[in-house]
Design a protein around this ligand. Sequence first.
Ligand SMILES: Cc1cc2nc3c(=O)[nH]c(=O)nc-3n(C[C@H](O)[C@H](O)[C@H](O)COP(=O)(O)OP(=O)(O)OC[C@H]3O[C@@H](n4cnc5c(N)ncnc54)[C@H](O)[C@@H]3O)c2cc1C
Length: 506
Amino acid sequence: MRLIVIGGGIAGLYSAYYTQKKTAAAGQTIHLTILESDSRWGGKIATDRVTFDDGQFIIEGGPDTFLATKPYAAALCKELGIGERLHGTNPHQKNTYVLHRSRLLPLPDGLAMMIPTNIRAILETRLVSWFGKARMGLDFLLPPRPLNPNHSGAGGDESLGAFVSRRLGRAAYENLIEPLMSGIYAGDGDQLSLASTFPYLRDLELKYGSLARGALEMRKKSPSTPGSRSAFLTPTTGLAEIVEKLVERLTSNGADLRLNTPVSQISNIDSSYFVELETGSTLEADSVILATPAYVSASLLGSLDPSLAADLQSIPYTSTATVTLAYRQSDLVRPLDGYGYVIPRREGRRALACTWTSTKFPHRAPDGYALIRVFVGRAGQENDIPWDEHGLFELAKEELLLTIGISAAPLLHRTFMWDKAMPQYNIGHPEILKRIDDALEKYPGLALAGNGYRGIGIPDCIHSGKLAVEKILSHVTARNEAVSSLAGEIASPHRPGVLPGKNGSQ
Ligand SMILES: Cc1cc2nc3c(=O)[nH]c(=O)nc-3n(C[C@H](O)[C@H](O)[C@H](O)COP(=O)(O)OP(=O)(O)OC[C@H]3O[C@@H](n4cnc5c(N)ncnc54)[C@H](O)[C@@H]3O)c2cc1C
């Protein structure tokens, strides 16, 4: 089999790795090629390691950690031999703050799956007014909205903002849930599809009649024991360790890895696919996995299947950026006593969140130094952002001055701009996915992987790679079985029960 994987982000690299693993286990040979347009592997995973004053700053330009409760990323690290290098977040300073009327207020304790479960903490928080708190209490009384496909939105879906507002009230949505959700999707909660982003919230409503009751029940079923592992994990010197190990394995197992190789188009004739490169040359394959952003896959498939391409193109993406700045601890005006803060949309700031990296992961800055990362860009606000290195640096410094009072010049800074990086699973996303899946049935040798479809986090992207490979391998197995049964028929045409002449032309 000849397989080409397009895109060398985590989804593409994992697809290639998993293909090698499965085919080796089955004793099959494979000719595997991975094509990446950029000059480095990893896509959104980009770690910069900067030696400084006998120590090192570990600067993540994209993701800085992955969710451990979805097992795929941690399991992969174990397989790659870096399981022991995974660190959790700092258990000693776990505060997260929310910017509220320009001041930092702590997120109340007891949020389970984003839902408040600690009544005392809710009563004490100043993030929601007394009226807002009373409205949150109605969650225990309001009946669940019955299942009715015509109720709101296509297929019964509704926006995350509408759902949380009808259960907990608008104040809880805007001050608690929206900023947390924004940190994941950089999205607009009033557009995001509940079914595609947080389907378990609707499940809790239907099963327990109340979000808080449901979250409490779930918490009882899986209590976090003292000393239990952090919900978020990351390798010692950054997420690039995963990428480096994958590339090492792929190379040593004979894959053909090509950087600086943008693909421009895919076509097919019968069961063969032709992958055209921007250089003008063409590679032929039996199967292709597109692990590129959905809009890139759309342009690559535009001439093969315009209607599939139109659906892929209709998945919107938001641009984001991160600016990481390093300071002397002595330059700080307030202690960085937590993981950082999130900024609700209603605050009208251009930054989305700020991570206090050297507190969240103390080993990521040398002793005596602080590392801070400002996250910029959210759906609907892209025009407010200066998309150049200098403008983003100035924006980040302004944010730190306004909120935590840092006026000193940073010792170093790194800016990463991510053009159209975060897919937005808006209302209608499940229907788009259904049409894409239906269209792909016509192409058993073609599969999609990556963050554009069923999960944006690293574990989801890894899982998407696994599913893509399974589709391709089941097609190959079916084809091989058909070939061997045909070969069997040719070798022994007189099968029992099929008498020559009785069945027509035999
Ligand atoms: C700032 C930021 C912070 C994030 N934080 C977290 C986090 O903390 N935890 C978490 O789990 N997730 C996080 N995410 C999300 C997660 O990082 C991404 O969803 C994931 O890395 C995407 O992986 P991917 O392989 O699907 O796509 P990508 O990483 O985008 O890979 C696609 C690859 O395709 C290549 N490509 C594009 N066009 C072509 C072409 N024509 N030919 C060949 N190759 C092409 C690209 O160069 C790229 O390398 C974050 C994302 C960003 C941007």
